[in-house]
Design a protein around this ligand. Structure first.
Ligand code: ZN
Ligand code: ZN
Length: 356
């Protein structure tokens, strides 16, 4: 994993940000820029090289994980040792989305009048939106685990099994397949519960004719997978069968529209048009998709207000849905890798309506 390339991309922005150095304090960004997986670490990005910072618990771990740059273990609060690392720095950038106002005030007091603290936003995030080969491989691995768990769980549905039991079995299946953890709490919704886009699994038990909505994913090497499938237990109500077909067509249209340079809003609209034409526009109550990577929701998004062009190398979900209160709902979700001439679907699970 070439963390040096990522750090150089941040360093290249120091001028434009109007700072002499940048303190990365968001743990996820420290991981992205160094490979460090512990619970406390920062990176000071300076023109003459990056400096990794942590406390005594992680001296050994960081020696192994962050072997390629200078490291410093602090024994006092970081703000007290930081001035000694800032020779020649008059303006120090910090991540405004991460640091609290109280922390900023404490840092400012410790740094005194010689160093001005400069808030920055969206420095690392746009880099994270474009995945490199290693990141794509990690996401594919997380999705392969998720696909395998989906195949395994299809065997577990029976009259009387509850949403919570299926959620637990999904977790076991993903862990058995090699997941480090769940990417997020699984959504398992039977029958009318599928009308809730997000649904916390309950003791509701499965009955003949229920629709089953499963939204789940594995975490592997820090990277997330995210997939939704809606299947039927027995023969579903006619309207839900028809809705499944609409959502499938909507998703297909969305996937066909994804391409580098197209805006997230444009893709959302293509997918939404299919649902609106079928008369269910009001029942598609969320945006079409989101980026996935070190976080389950990250840039770029597919939604009505997303006017930035999608970059090649982004990984986004395409997940249209139709939700009918009291009846049920259908969502189909896949992650795709954005390319110059289209996109590649990451997963392999079938999308047609499976009737168990
Ligand atoms: Zn999902
Ligand atoms: Zn999603």
């Amino acid at each position: 994993m070439d963390h040096d390339v990522r750090r150089r991309a941040v360093t290249a922005r120091l001028d434009e940000l109007g700072v002499d150095a940048l303190l990365i304090s968001r743990l996820l960004h420290t991981r992205y820029l160094t490979g460090f997986t512990g619970s406390n670490g920062q990176v000071l990005i300076r023109r003459d090289g990056a400096l990794f910072l942590t406390d005594g618990r992680y001296t050994e771990q960081s020696r192994r994980e962050v072997a390629d740059i200078e490291r410093h273990t602090y024994t006092n609060p970081l703000r007290e040792e930081l001035p000694g690392m800032l020779s020649g720095v008059g303006r120090l950038g910090f991540e405004a989305d991460e640091m609290t106002v109280a922390a900023r005030d404490r840092f400012a007091e410790a740094l005194g009048d010689d160093v001005e603290m400069v808030p920055t936003t969206d420095v690392v995030e746009p880099l994270r939106a474009v995945k490199d080969d290693d990141e794509r491989a990690a996401i594919r691995q997380a999705q392969a685990i998720t696909d395998a768990a989906f195949t395994a769980i299809l065997e577990r549905f029976a009259v009387g099994v509850t949403e919570q039991q299926i959620a637990r079995q999904l977790e076991m299946a993903m862990r058995d397949e090699g997941a480090d953890a769940l990417a997020f709490d699984s959504i398992v919704a039977f029958g009318e519960n599928a009308a809730e886009p997000h649904h916390e699994p309950t003791h509701r038990s499965l009955a003949e004719g229920d629709i089953i909505k499963l939204d789940f994913g594995a975490l592997s090497a820090g990277y997330h997978a995210d997939m939704t499938r809606t299947v039927a237990f027995g023969s579903p109500p006619t309207e839900l069968r028809a809705i499944h077909e609409v959502v499938r067509e909507s998703q297909r249209a969305g996937i066909d529209a994804v391409k580098a340079g197209v805006t997230g809003a444009a893709v959302d609209q293509v997918s939404r048009d299919v649902i609106e034409r079928a008369g269910y526009g009001d029942a598609f109550v969320h945006s079409l998709g989101h980026g996935v990577g070190l976080e389950i929701h990250e840039a770029p998004s597919l939604g009505r207000k997303q006017d930035d062009p999608l970059p090649a190398g982004a990984v986004v979900t395409v997940e249209p849905g139709i939700y009918l209160a009291g009846v049920g709902g259908v969502r189909i979700e896949d992650m795709v890798e954005v390319t110059g001439d289209g996109c590649v679907v990451v997963g392999t699970s079938p999308r047609e309506l499976i009737e168990l």
